[in-house]
Design a protein. Structure first.
Length: 311
């Protein structure tokens, strides 16, 4: 089963798909190792790995390249941020094909003006309904397999109000989107209203300190959400851990004691070292089948060839 088909199967199960945010192979492997069934590539986190804030400064090529590295490091489905699709319908069409070719299971495309801003910042701008719906139609038409999931994100709640966000969500579903992502509902009442008023599966973005009130995952599932992403979970943990480790060096004047005992070998083991160790010697000796006795057909081949030459 492909990763795209696996995600579709999870969505049909009726259980909440929880996808913590990954920024690279390290965080993606941690998500899979912890037992989660999907991961989410955060655009904000990808921007930060390149030294930028989430201000729409990253190109489609850079995003797909990071998604490719993450896909190649895990066996669970990856849902990816695809920002605005990086232009008009033509750009969206290519964006879908590039992410699908990379092995990503789903992407979300939003209705912000490009360059976009993090969905939990002020001063966002959105495109018209007509332009947004055209992008979603293009995204749905571009995919090579129906297993690839198109998630339509709308940031219009912050700009045009909650009613417009619900209207755009339903228009996107009618245009071919599979899942809707209403970004940054601002009250618990709005969070609850989204899955009851949207005519299809919904995604909830859980951002600590963001515009949306915090709520337990079990409550999100009870309300009817199909997917919950936690984009900044590991990114924040990494930043905190880095600050703590560096402060420890400055304070102690030595390598600070890790929270858990480790070694280079134990660390590499998390990233498939055993498989690569097996490959180190696997190709030195030919397989037994390759050195088996020749068959009757191969044994008579030289004589047959000689007869042809003699003629």
């Amino acid at each position: 089963m492909s990763n795209a088909a696996s995600l579709r199967s999870q969505l049909r199960s009726g259980k909440l798909v929880v996808a913590p945010g990954a920024v690279d192979g390290i965080t993606a492997r941690a998500i899979e190792r912890a037992g989660f069934c999907a991961a989410y590539m955060t655009g904000a986190g990808t921007s930060m790995t390149l030294g930028y804030p989430d201000y729409g400064l990253i190109t489609m090529t850079e995003m797909v390249a990071n998604a490719t590295r993450i896909v190649n490091s895990i066996s669970i489905p990856l849902i990816s941020d695809a920002d605005t699709g990086y232009g008009n319908e033509l750009n969206v069409f290519r964006t879908v094909q590039e992410f699908e070719r990379a092995g990503v299971a789903a992407i979300h495309i939003e209705d912000q003006v490009f360059p976009k801003r993090c969905g939990h910042l002020d001063n966002k701008e959105v495109i018209s309904r007509e332009d947004y719906v055209a992008k979603i139609r293009a995204a749905a038409a571009a995919r090579r397999t129906k297993d690839f999931t198109i998630i339509a994100r709308t940031d219009s709640r912050a700009v045009l109000g909650f009613e417009e966000a619900i209207a755009r969500a339903n228009l996107a579903l009618a245009a071919g989107a599979d899942v809707v992502f209403v970004e940054a509902p601002q009250t618990l009442e709005e969070v609850a209203a989204v899955p009851s008023r949207v005519k299809g599966p919904c995604l909830l973005n859980i951002v600590y300190g963001g515009r949306t009130p915090d709520l337990p995952l079990a409550e999100a599932e009870r309300l009817g959400y199909a997917i919950a992403i936690l984009p900044g979970l590991l990114l924040g943990a990494v930043i905190d851990a880095c600050d703590e480790a560096l402060e420890g060096v400055k304070a102690q004047g030595r390598y600070p004691k890790p929270r858990t005992e480790t070694s280079p070998a134990l660390t590499f083991a998390r990233f498939g070292a055993a498989e690569w160790d097996a490959r180190r010697t696997a190709f030195r000796d030919p397989p037994a089948a390759a050195v088996a006795a020749p068959t009757a057909a191969t044994a008579t081949a030289p004589a047959a060839s000689a007869a042809v030459v003699a003629k």
